[in-house]
Design a protein around this ligand. Sequence first.
Ligand code: SAH
Length: 370
Amino acid sequence: MSETMEFKKLVGMNAGDDRTSYANNSGLQRVVVSKTRFILDETLKDMIENEEYFLAERCFKMVDLGCASGPNTLLVVSHIMQTFQDLRARFQEIWIFLNDLPGNDFNSLFKWVQSRYDEKVIERSGCCIYGLPGSFYHRLFPNKTLHFAYSSYSVHWLSQVPEGLGKQNKENIFMATTSPREVFEAYGKQYQRDFSKFLSLRGEEMVSGGRMVLSFVGRTVEDPSSIDDNAYFTILAQTLHEMVVEGIIKKDDLYSFNVPMYTPCQREVEAIIMNEGSFELWKKDVFRVRWDAHRNSTHDPSFFDEKQSANLVANCVRAVTEPMLASHFGSCINCDVVFERYAKKLAAEHLLKQQKSSYYTMVISLRRNN
Ligand code: SAH
């Protein structure tokens, strides 16, 4: 199997609900969801007040793209349902599609759905929730059927590791300040292809006036070699490199490992939306979310414990990268060891006290052109 083919199935979060699962380590993404509510609510309100299909349709169809498996998914769903109620938007039926890659833990996800129905957090009557396995880089719906799409922290994942990277990124595992120019170009091209395709597919699926709210990790500067906006990956790369030096991991395996994710700058995102042409950019916002932003919900906010924060960050990064690491490095890698070392490094470098230890997050609200 080619490098590209193998990676295609690697993006995915840790399944289940145990210590290392995404479900138990997605507090950070939960904070992101709460910070994007403002744009989400404004979009829903504008849609209800101004789009004709709101008067004409009996059945509202929406999708959460890259929903993963955990409490965040249903948080968004129940919030949207509540907003509809508050705004007195009444449909006879709401169809909600939960989309993720086929390897996602849909079984656990639908156990959560069941419990939310049982607890009456989600009203069963008139609300149908469906699983929709498949890549959002492929068609998911028939022509002109979808009214609303939402996606939180998912569209920064590429459809594959950029073509032709080979081993030229050496001990880096993502775009790093020391990456060669060809690496930035390969990442940039892959994103351009993927995000354009994503927009054009959703453009086909959406009714005119359909809306889409997307949040994703971006970068602060145009030139990715000028600032390390992604130090969480740089530290993971350093951790893996130390394990190469100690003979635990093969150098070739590290040199051929690259994370299929991209953090665009604002100008790039806006240029792709404009050139692709299916959507107009209705609203946008950017904000920073500390890597350990979810610390406050479980710990005393006035007390800062570097070790505790480092563990939180390590668990979160582990939940989204472990399937990739395990699949690429195979049995020679023990993720307990990798992330113990990773957490120690995070704590030792005092990064968590700095401004740059945050995810630069973009949220955009798009409207399907008429
Ligand atoms: N929205 C959730 C999950 C974010 S994690 C939350 O806010 O907590 C990102 C999710 O995107 C993962 O579950 C991953 O499997 C999914 N994903 C990545 N690439 C995808 C693709 N091409 N199609 C569908 N889902 C994808």
